[in-house]
Design a binder for this molecule. Structure first.
Ligand SMILES: [Zn+2]
Ligand SMILES: [Zn+2]
Length: 237
């Protein structure tokens, strides 16, 4: 009863508007239809493992990202391309501490479950990629955790955290794969008492670039006896 009243009051104080272009919107709409339509979904041909979009036929043997790699992650489903509005919103969410953007990004992430390969994911547990405590202090919240919570509520899934960040890593935006792997070495470990054996996990992150962070998380979970590790991300860089 209180919630709708508070919601209506909030609308009076902060009139609802599109988070991308600022146009006025009805209550409960966070991204206007025009802005949403401009965000490109990854619904064309893409790598079945890392979701890298590709013009023409592609498979794990020809994907420039996966070719020749031994991956632990079974596959990752990304929903939108990390460009334009999507990239801006993710940037504001992650570095601008705009927690409220989890609504828009989380709703996109829910679309990952339209992928038939996740039809059996109802028993999977969501695992947000953990942030190192120092990074968490700087960002105020863990963006992967905020997204996992949003998806969990909408899909009736559980969020668990069997992983911990065992040492800080440097931002690896400009690293190649080898540098990323070196940077990530021993970056994650299983938490004491983590229940991993025979469980299926869905890792959650905002963006997949090369997939090396998710793959390192998958490696640790599989070493702990996990049955399967897949991933969902909002965007594909
Ligand atoms: Zn808009
Ligand atoms: Zn690939």
């Amino acid at each position: 009863m209180l919630e709708p009243v508070l919601g209506a009051l909030a609308d009076l104080v902060y009139p609802p508007h599109c988070v991308a272009c600022g146009c006025r919107q009805p209550s409960g709409v966070w991204l206007c239809a025009d802005c949403d339509a401009k965000v490109r979904r990854l619904d064309g041909p893409k790598c079945p493992v890392c979701s890298r979009p590709f013009d023409g036929a592609i498979d794990i043997f020809t994907c420039p990202n996966c070719r020749g790699e031994t991956l632990h992650l079974h596959f990752a489903v990304a929903v939108v391309r990390a460009e334009g509005t999507a990239r801006d919103l993710i940037h504001r969410f992650k570095y601008g501490r705009e927690f409220t953007l989890r609504r828009v990004l989380g709703d996109w992430l829910v679309e990952a479950f339209d992928d038939p390969r996740l039809a059996d994911a109802s028993e999977a547990q969501l695992v947000p990629v953990p942030l190192h405590p120092a990074r968490l202090r700087e960002r105020r919240f863990n963006q992967s955790e905020a997204l996992a919570d949003w998806v969990a509520r909408r899909r009736g899934l559980r969020v668990v955290q069997p992983l911990r960040r065992s040492r800080p890593t440097v931002t690896q935006t400009h690293f190649d794969r080898r540098q990323r792997m070196r940077n990530l070495r021993a970056a994650f470990a299983l938490r004491h008492n983590a229940r991993v054996k025979d469980h299926s996990f869905l890792l959650v992150d905002d963006v997949l670039t090369t997939g090396s962070t998710l793959d390192e998380c998958a490696r640790v979970l599989l070493e702990g006896g996990a049955r399967s590790v897949r991933a969902i991300t909002v965007a594909r860089g």
